[in-house]
Design a protein around this ligand. Structure first.
Ligand code: ATP
Length: 381
C-alpha cells in the first residue's frame, strides 16, 4: 500500500484535551426478555484500535451495532467526540463500517462502489474521481477501478469495502468481523494491511472478532466480553499475561488449570505439595484454581534439584509428546494432579538437550511469577 496523508494531522475529533473520543455509558440492550448487553461502560481514546473479542453470542456485534445506531440500545448513552449520539439514526452519525460479507453493490464498478458515499457530500465530480483514485492507491488496488466486485478476490473485495468505509474520512471506523470470510493466508496478510492503514490514518477503530490471534496482533486494547458483560479491557500483553479471571485466562491462549487450596503465605497447595505463586487476594483455606500457561512451564532433567532451593519444582511423567513444528506439546502426569494432565510446550532444543521422550520421568518448574490463582467457577457468586 502507498503512503498517503488522507487525514490532516491537525484534525482532532475531541473537543477537550484528555476527553475520550467514544464513551459508552451504562448501556443495556434487551431483545424481548433476553439481555444481550448488561450495563456496558467503555471509554475509547481517539486514534485507538479496539477489538471486541468473546465467544459466539456474547454481544460483540450488538455493541458495535449500538455504536453505529443500527440497533438502538434499550438504555444507556453513547458519546462521540463530546456529542451525545445515543438516539441519532445511523445516517447522522460519523462512522464508516465494513461487514464480514463485503456488502459491495454487484452491479456497480469498483470506482462507483467507492464513490457511492461521496456523492451526496457536496464534492465536485473531479474531487470525487481524485478521492476514489487516492483510495484505490491506498488499499493497493490502483488498476481495479473499472472492474465489478465479482471480478475481484474476496481479499480484494474487502479492501474495496474498507476504501468505501473510509472514503468520507469518518471519525470512527467500525469493522464487523471483516476478515472471517477470507482464507487463512489472505486473512493474515490483510490483518497487517488494515493495521498499517489504521495507524496511518489515525482513525479510531472498533473491530469485532472471535479470532484471538487477530485481536492480539491488531488491537491497542482488547475488550473481552462474555454473556453481555465486559470481563476485562487491556492491552494484548496485559490480557494474555495478567488475565483478570479464569474466563479470560481460559479464553485467551492455553491455560493449565489445577484445583488447589490457598495455604500459609498465599501459597497454592496441590495435594501435599505447595507452590509459591503470583500475588493474589485469596485467603488461607480458600479453594482456587492454580493456572499456568504451557509455555511458562520450565523443563529440567530427572533428578534436578534447584541450587536456590526453589521448591516450585515437581517430578512428572512425560506421558505424551506431540510435535507442533516450532515446539513440542507435552502431556505431563503426577498423582498430585489427579486425573488432570498438565500441558507444557517445550522447545525443540530443550527436548534434545534434556533427552526427553515419552514414558520418561523429568522435573518441571512452575515459575512463581507465572503461576496464578483464580476463583473456582462454582465459588463465583
Ligand atoms: P457472534 O460471534 O456469533 O457473531 P456476538 O458476540 O456478535 O456473536 P451478538 O450477535 O451480539 O453476539 O448477539 C448477542 C446475543 O443477542 C445472542 O444471544 C443473540 O442470539 C442475541 N441477538 C442478537 N440479535 C438479536 C435479535 N435481533 N433478536 C433477538 N436476539 C438477538
Amino acid at each position: 500500500m502507498k503512503h498517503f496523508d488522507v487525514r490532516t494531522p491537525a484534525v482532532t475529533h475531541t473537543d477537550a484535551p484528555g476527553q475520550f473520543y467514544l464513551s459508552i455509558e451504562n448501556l443495556w440492550k434487551a431483545f424481548g426478555g433476553f439481555l444481550a448487553l448488561k450495563d456496558i461502560s467503555l471509554d475509547i481514546n481517539e486514534g485507538e484500535f479496539i477489538c471486541f473479542l468473546g465467544p459466539s453470542g456474547c454481544g460483540k456485534t450488538t455493541l458495535l451495532r449500538a455504536i453505529a445506531g443500527l440497533d438502538l440500545q434499550t438504555r444507556g448513552t453513547v458519546m462521540q467526540a463530546g456529542k451525545d449520539i445515543s438516539n441519532l439514526p445511523p445516517s447522522e452519525r460519523d462512522f464508516g463500517i465494513v461487514f464480514q460479507s463485503y456488502a459491495l453493490f454487484p452491479n456497480l464498478t469498483i470506482e462507483k462502489n467507492i464513490a457511492f458515499g461521496l456523492e451526496n457530500t457536496g464534492r465536485s465530480k473531479p474531487e470525487i474521481t481524485a478521492r476514489v483514485a487516492e483510495l484505490l492507491e491506498l488499499v493497493g488496488l490502483p488498476e481495479q477501478g473499472k472492474k465489478y466486485p465479482a471480478q475481484l478476490s474476496g481479499g480484494q473485495q474487502q479492501r474495496i469495502a474498507l476504501a468505501r468505509a473510509i472514503a468520507t474520512k469518518p471519525g470512527l471506523l467500525l469493522l464487523d468481523e471483516p476478515l472471517s470470510a477470507l482464507d487463512a493466508k489472505v486473512r493474515v496478510h490483510l490483518r497487517h494491511e488494515i493495521k498499517e492503514l489504521q495507524r496511518k490514518l489515525g482513525v479510531t477503530t472498533v473491530m469485532v472478532t472471535h479470532d484471538q490471534e487477530e485481536a492480539l496482533s491488531m488491537a491497542d486494547r482488547i475488550v473481552i466480553m462474555n454473556h453481555g458483560v465486559i470481563e476485562q479491557v487491556g492491552a494484548p500483553t496485559e490480557i494474555y499475561r495478567e488475565p483478570a479471571n479464569l474466563f479470560v485466562a481460559d479464553f485467551i491462549g492455553e491455560m493449565n488449570q489445577i484445583p488447589s487450596i490457598v495455604t500459609e503465605g498465599g501459597r497454592l497447595s496441590v495435594g501435599e505439595k505447595s507452590f509459591a505463586c503470583h500475588e493474589h487476594g485469596f485467603k488461607d483455606g480458600e479453594p482456587v484454581i492454580a493456572a499456568v500457561r504451557p509455555e511458562d512451564v520450565i523443563p529440567h532433567e530427572f533428578g534436578y534439584v534447584s541450587s536456590n532451593n526453589n521448591d516450585n519444582c515437581i517430578e512428572v511423567l512425560l506421558h505424551q509428546m506431540e510435535f507442533l513444528g516450532s515446539f513440542w506439546r507435552c502431556r505431563l502426569q503426577n498423582e498430585r494432579f489427579g486425573d488432570t494432565e498438565l500441558f507444557a510446550d517445550f522447545s525443540i532444543n530443550a527436548v534434545r538437550r534434556l533427552d526427553l521422550g515419552e514414558g520418561k520421568n523429568m522435573v518441571i518448574e512452575l515459575p512463581t511469577d507465572r503461576l496464578m490463582a483464580f476463583a473456582r467457577p462454582e465459588a463465583k457468586a
